[in-house]
Ligand binder design. Structure first.
Ligand SMILES: Cc1cc2nc3c(=O)[nH]c(=O)nc-3n(C[C@H](O)[C@H](O)[C@H](O)COP(=O)(O)O)c2cc1C
Length: 303
């Protein structure tokens, strides 16, 4: 006789009849809590959507309802609850910005999901063309001209036309079932890229970090390590692995070293940081050691 095995979790049935959970509600109505849980099973990225208020003060809220709508013209949407403190700003704004948070910006997501918090004191940001704030260290950002506001139940759907955007080599923050998560291969690759008396660094809002990616190549992928080197370094050789360590979250980090003719950082995050004091300027203690190791190797090579 065969043995029956459960191959999947039995689905919760949120349409209520006369019996079972929620008995007493009219037949055919939906259980709100169950509906929330079911909707929460849809895994998403996490954004903070921002706009500039008429008084010049920025407003923003954590949102996972961000969706791309159209490529031609380039349209995106975000849904905002009418009860949100930032609703009046978005009800009037001519534009907004969508900050796609990176895996290490969980705290930013929490702050911007907290009504009444002193939100913008907790992040480094600058205004884009629409005036809406874009944060340092995000995985991607979209600056949007307000195209349409559509009333939809207890939310308003704001549709924007993308007039500027950017992307970084940072892994995105994820959200599912009420929990934050990160898409992580378990391996991170960083590079100490040196040209003369400077190394390439990235300011992520909490301090200087080494350029870091989840994959080594190809060089035409700007999110890969080779792509980062190709973009920001001139005349770079082939990176050689130098140092490795386990991160507090269990990921394994390999740090490469590469010499280049020149560094060409641009934008608000990328820096050519002087070698003198560079190690101590790194925000992550494990990167401090990696930079020290890379620089002492360079000294040995020269002597
Ligand atoms: C991961 C996550 C995603 C969220 N997505 C949305 C969303 O898409 N739309 C929305 O109105 N609120 C969303 N919220 C809730 C708002 O961030 C929250 O209500 C916040 O307090 C709004 O800020 P405000 O009241 O200062 O405007 C989300 C919260 C979290 C934690």
């Amino acid at each position: 006789m065969g043995v029956a095995r459960a191959t999947s979790t039995a689905p919760e049935d949120g349409a209520m009849g006369d019996a079972g959970e929620g008995a007493g509600a009219p037949a055919g109505t939906l259980d709100g809590a169950m509906l929330r849980r079911a909707l929460g099973g849809f895994a998403t990225g996490v954004t903070v959507t921002t706009a500039l208020g008429p008084d010049g003060r920025p407003a923003g809220f954590t949102a996972n309802s961000f969706t791309s709508v159209s490529l031609e013209p380039p349209l995106v949407l975000v849904c905002l609850g009418r009860g949100a403190a930032s609703y009046p700003v978005f009800a009037q704004a001519d534009g907004f910005a969508v900050n796609v948070l990176s895996a290490d910006q969980q705290e930013v997501a929490r702050v911007f999901a907290t009504r009444g918090a002193d939100k913008f004191a907790s992040v480094a940001w600058g205004p884009r063309e629409t005036g809406a704030p874009v944060f340092r260290g995000v995985a991607a950002w979209f600056d949007c001209r307000m195209r349409e506001r559509i009333d939809a139940g207890d939310h308003v759907i704001v549709i924007g036309e993308v007039i500027g955007f950017g992307r970084a080599a940072a892994a995105p923050l994820l959200y599912c079932g009420g929990r934050f998560a990160a898409l992580d291969s378990g391996v991170r690759l960083s590079v100490v890229a040196r040209a003369g008396d400077a190394i390439l660094t990235r300011e992520d809002g909490r301090g200087l970090r080494l350029p870091t990616a989840a994959a080594f190549g190809p060089a035409d992928d700007p999110a890969s390590l080779s792509g980062l080197i190709a973009r920001w370094c001139e005349g770079a050789g082939r990176p050689t692995p130098l140092h490795s360590f386990d991160e507090p979250d269990g990921a394994h980090r390999v740090v490469y070293a590469v010499d280049a003719d020149a560094l060409r950082p641009s934008g608000p995050s990328w820096r050519a940081t002087p070698v003198a004091g560079a190690a101590d300027a790194m925000a992550c203690p494990l990167e401090v050691e990696a930079v020290r190791a890379a620089l002492s190797r360079a000294v040995r090579h020269r002597s």
